[in-house]
Design a protein around this ligand. Structure first.
Ligand code: URA
Length: 211
């Protein structure tokens, strides 16, 4: 599945790190480090089209106009709690980005997203938003997060995950066809408990060592 609005980052370094993360024997320490490294590589792709402007700088030899990005215009929005893993990696390459948080938990019976926290920077209407969450599974949290963010009228919204499945892509694209999805892989399927197969298990538990 590769629609124009789904970007599978099929780079050897990304795929290698993802394979190591899938292995159930990976320790919390290495899982977290790999997620961090992988996220910096994904940030490279996700920021490929961010606007640039010229500033005047002085090299040791002369004055020139040089191109820079306006990192402050970017907002990384982390879906709690597992989004924090990707957020850290993204911030290591775009340290000036602003950060928002959305707290959503998945009701285990309905699998629907319930919001418990929402904190964004001011003036969202002239910012480019990158929503991060490692697993795009049912799509319920992603859809709810994007819906809330659209109320603030940002200039653009992208969604970044580590892994997804056809069901997750279809759900998010069905609800928000204007939001491009960046992922390292689209796995086979979603099971009846809302887990991605073959997947990597519960991303939050693996990042934080809570299981
Ligand atoms: N969330 C996870 O952490 N893992 C899945 O497989 C699906 C949702």
């Amino acid at each position: 599945m590769q629609s124009h609005n789904v970007h599978v980052i099929d780079h050897p370094l990304v795929q290698h790190k993802l394979s190591l993360m899938r292995n159930k024997e990976a320790s919390t320490n290495s899982f977290r480090r790999l997620l961090n490294e992988l996220s910096t590589l994904m940030a490279y792709e996700v920021t490929r089209d961010v606007p640039m402007h010229e500033v005047e700088i002085e090299t040791p030899l002369e004055t020139m106009r040089a191109r820079v990005i306006d990192g402050k215009k970017l907002v990384f929005v982390s879906i709690l709690r597992a989004g924090g893993g990707i957020l850290d990696g993204m911030l290591s390459v775009v340290p000036g980005a602003r950060v928002g948080h959305i707290g959503l938990y998945r009701d285990p019976k309905t699998l629907m997203a319930v919001e418990y926290y929402f904190k964004m920077p001011q003036n969202m209407d002239n910012r480019d938003v990158v929503v991060v969450d490692p697993m795009l599974a049912t799509g319920n949290s992603a859809i709810a997060a994007v819906e809330r963010l659209k109320e603030l009228n940002p200039r653009s919204i992208k969604f970044v995950c580590l892994l997804t499945c056809p069901e997750g892509v279809a759900a998010l694209q069905g609800a928000h066809p204007d939001v491009p999805i960046y992922t390292a892989a689209i796995d086979r399927e979603l099971n009846e408990h809302g887990y991605i197969l073959p997947g990597l298990g519960d991303a939050g538990d693996r990042i934080f060592g809570t299981k």
